[in-house]
Design a protein around this ligand. Structure first.
Ligand code: ATP
Ligand code: MG
Length: 137
């Protein structure tokens, strides 16, 4: 059993898609073992996405992530990291496979509805960034 970190991004919370997206996780065998809504401060978004700080879209990404509430979650299941990446689909919704969350719900490359950790080591770091162990049950 494995854990991954997920975020339902502001474009999705604003369109009232929290339940619809969470349902896709659950239908695919991922359990929500921690969940909370956060309205990120700029310094949190910058720290969370520090690995992207040299990329041209960094400012836009930080601004978007602070534009409304986000739902941060820990998902648990078999091969949770890889499974969640499959369920989300490609970063660019136009390139995402049919049936994926981004194909179904995302608006653009930036406003792409969900984040998911890209490796188990990343997941551990990202989970620890937002949750204490006692919040994960
Ligand atoms: P995430 O890390 O959110 O799960 P990802 O791993 O598919 O997405 P990354 O390359 O890590 O994609 O980029 C992080 C996020 O930055 C993307 O999800 C997207 O919101 C934003 N982003 C990436 N590339 C661009 C771009 N070219 N223009 C605007 N925003 C972008
Ligand atoms: Mg990524």
């Amino acid at each position: 059993i494995e854990r991954t970190f997920s975020m339902i991004k502001p474009d999705a919370t604003k369109r009232n898609l929290t339940g619809a997206i969470t349902k896709v996780f659950e239908e695919n065998g991922l359990s929500v073992v921690a969940s909370k809504r956060v309205w990120m401060a700029k310094r949190d978004a910058e720290a969370f996405y520090a690995e992207h700080k040299e990329r041209p879209f960094f400012g836009e990404l930080v601004e978007f992530m602070c534009s409304g509430p986000t739902v941060v979650q820990v998902l648990e299941g078999e091969n949770a990291v890889l499974k969640n990446r499959e369920i989300m689909g490609a970063t660019n919704p136009e390139k995402a496979d049919e049936g994926t969350i981004r194909k179904t719900f995302a608006l653009s490359m930036g406003e792409n509805s969900v984040h998911g950790s890209d490796a188990p080591e990343t997941a551990a770091r990202e989970i620890a960034f937002w949750f204490s162990e006692t919040e994960i049950v």
